[in-house]
Design a binder for this molecule. Structure first.
Ligand SMILES: NC(=O)c1ccc[n+]([C@@H]2O[C@H](COP(=O)([O-])OP(=O)(O)OC[C@H]3O[C@@H](n4cnc5c(N)ncnc54)[C@H](OP(=O)(O)O)[C@@H]3O)[C@@H](O)[C@H]2O)c1
Length: 269
């Protein structure tokens, strides 16, 4: 059970997912989770659901030990003047592109900061969450913050540079997974399968294949592929087309582009 007071600024998609995650897992008492949002009605919805106190941003910051910021990156500058009044707080930021140095440069060089990259499945507690800590973050803070994010997904502790790599591997990649699932299912639909059966069949195959791969982590992907292929069979024909159309090279290239763009968009000031 988390005994620290956690304040959440921004109760939109991601802030809301984290509130739902920690409350449904029962890892914090509602009175220790303080909420604020620009449109306060959006925060009040969580008071109605969980009885988590709702108040103005400055009061949340003043009363919290750890402040989780879940506003859009463009809105962070407007919060700095209030945050700067209370420099003894631990900051958690889920803001894409906002670096640990941004908080150290704008608040205090000695501040403890966790930079977090969740992905969209975090909103249904099936996320992948990469977390990078400023090197001075205490073990106690790390434990609390890891616990918060374990309530919405699998936590990966990484050095800060890897946050941009995670953006490619887990942050943006759900978009490609959705499209890959959809593209495969559409073929089934074209051949007369109903949409729901086709989509569910492909989604179950995606989940099952990932679980199979995890159970066989020591085996190279090519060897796993060989378990599904036989000379003159069907799968090998499909692999030939994938190769002809450079599909896998295209996917790699897309992920590299995301990572490079993430590095180029980072803000330190
Ligand atoms: N959604 C994702 O899957 C995802 C994944 C990774 C990272 N993130 C990060 O999560 C952050 C939030 O994204 P989101 O999708 O949750 O956006 P969102 O749904 O728009 O939520 C942002 C919330 O912040 C509130 N807000 C803005 N300025 C504020 C202020 N000064 N004080 C208090 N509340 C304020 C907004 O209130 P109003 O609506 O009233 O303006 C809104 O409810 C972003 O920085 C994004 O990079 C999101």
């Amino acid at each position: 059970m988390i005994s620290k007071i956690i304040g959440i600024i921004g109760t939109g998609n991601m802030g809301g997912a984290i509130i739902d995650g920690v409350m449904s897992k029962g890892i914090i008492s509602p009175e220790n989770l303080l909420l604020t949002n620009r449109d306060i009605d959006k925060a009040n919805r969580f008071y109605d659901k969980y009885k988590t106190p709702v108040m103005g941003a400055e009061e949340v910051i003043e009363r919290s030990d750890i402040i989780l910021i879940a506003v859009k990156p463009k809105d962070i500058d407007s919060l700095i003047p209030i945050l700067a009044k209370y420099n003894n707080k631990v900051i958690i930021s889920v803001l894409a592109g906002i670096t640990i140095d941004y908080f150290r440069n704008n608040l205090d060089a000695g501040i403890e900061v966790a930079r977090v990259m969740p992905n969209i499945p975090s909103t249904i507690s099936k996320g992948v969450v990469s977390i990078s800590y400023s090197e001075n973050t205490s073990d106690e803070s790390r434990e609390v913050i890891d616990t918060i994010f374990r309530s919405i997904g699998e936590v990966y502790n990484v050095e800060e540079r890897m946050i941009n790599i995670s953006t490619g591997l887990s942050g943006s990649s759900p978009a490609y997974m959705f499209l890959i699932i959809d593209a495969i299912a559409k073929v089934g639909i074209d051949y007369g399968m109903d949409r729901s059966t086709a989509l569910n069949m492909v989604m179950d195959t995606m989940i099952g294949s990932a679980m199979f791969m995890r159970d066989n982590l020591e085996i190279e992907a090519d060897t796993l592929v060989s378990k599904v292929t036989s000379p003159g069979g069907t799968t090998i024909e499909g692999l030939r087309v994938l190769d002809e159309k450079n599909v896998l090279a295209g996917i790699s290239s897309a992920i590299k582009t995301v990572i490079e763009k993430s590095f180029s968009m980072e803000r330190k000031d």
